[in-house]
Design a protein around this ligand. Structure first.
Ligand code: PEP
Ligand code: MN
Length: 263
């Protein structure tokens, strides 16, 4: 169902009246984790300033250590929904359990399925059974074929509003947190008709690489770029090393605009 051979036309996903996959490249930005209303609101204001429509924030955090901040759960989704309504932004948040999919539909505009859950088939089927766009991230060590099959799982249950997100894969290279597989973008565009995003934050894990990788993503034809922004990354409860603060985010956007790759 997701194959370009079967459906040559691009899928355009409509999210709160905004379109993704229609040739105009977009940005998703927001904190790694939702920590408080004030924190999310501060980021929302920065997005609004740049006309960015997609606000992300994790409420259910799939952390490597069980002792790390696990997210605010449903309370976090509530905060996102409130801020999204106040600033007219579409909100995106990761859901980690199939049992939470129905609940999440009331709060978010896009359900994110994270890298660690790319092959959680029950979760994929649950996300495929609701009417809500899904942002599916590539697994840490997933091949492109496995990634496409994961999208197929969602579509097979009836939900065709799927967007793919390349977020780096695990390789022997340690200079970056993951290795951004930039060639996955044109391959996914050729093999499927789905919009393709690139997450520059989790792929690089390095603030100094956000701008060059975002440029590369836009230049190679990604439909959009995801990046994490936090009002005070030093005290962030997750991913404090690579989130941008608000002045850095303004600089990031203006450099992207100056590059001519983003309007
Ligand atoms: C995220 O986007 O919040 C996240 C945890 O990313 P990933 O699933 O790609 O690691
Ligand atoms: Mn993060």
């Amino acid at each position: 169902l997701v194959s370009r051979k079967k459906h040559p036309e691009d899928t355009v996903v409509s999210i709160k009246g905004e379109k993704v996959g229609n040739g105009r490249q977009r940005l998703i930005a927001g904190p790694c984790s939702v920590e408080s209303y004030e924190q999310v609101e501060e980021v929302a204001k920065a997005l609004k300033f740049h006309g960015i429509k997609f606000l992300r924030g994790g409420a259910f955090k799939p952390r490597t250590s069980p002792y790390d901040f696990q997210g605010l759960g449903e309370e976090g989704l509530k905060i996102l929904k409130e801020v999204g309504a106040k600033y007219d932004l579409a909100v995106i948040s990761e859901i980690v359990s199939p049992h939470d999919i129905e609940m999440a539909v009331d709060y978010v505009d896009v359900i994110q399925i994270g890298a660690r859950n790319m092959q959680n088939f029950e979760l994929l089927k649950a996300a495929g059974s609701v009417k809500k766009p899904v942002l599916l991230k590539r697994g840490l060590a997933a091949t492109i074929e496995e990634f496409i099959n994961a999208a197929e799982y969602i579509h097979s249950k009836g939900n065709g509003d799927i967007m793919l997100c390349e977020r780096g894969i695990r390789t022997y290279e340690k200079a970056t947190r993951n290795t951004l597989d930039i060639s996955a973008v044109p391959i996914l565009k050729q093999e499927t008709h789905l919009p393709v995003w690139v997450d520059v934050t989790h792929s690089t894990g390095r603030r100094d690489l956000l701008l060059p990788t975002a440029k590369a993503a836009l230049a190679i034809g990604a439909d959009g770029v995801m990046a994490e922004v936090h009002p005070d990354p030093a005290v962030a409860l997750s991913d404090s090393a690579q989130q941008m603060d608000i002045p850095q985010f303004h600089e990031f956007i203006s450099q992207l605009i100056d590059s001519g790759l983003y309007q």
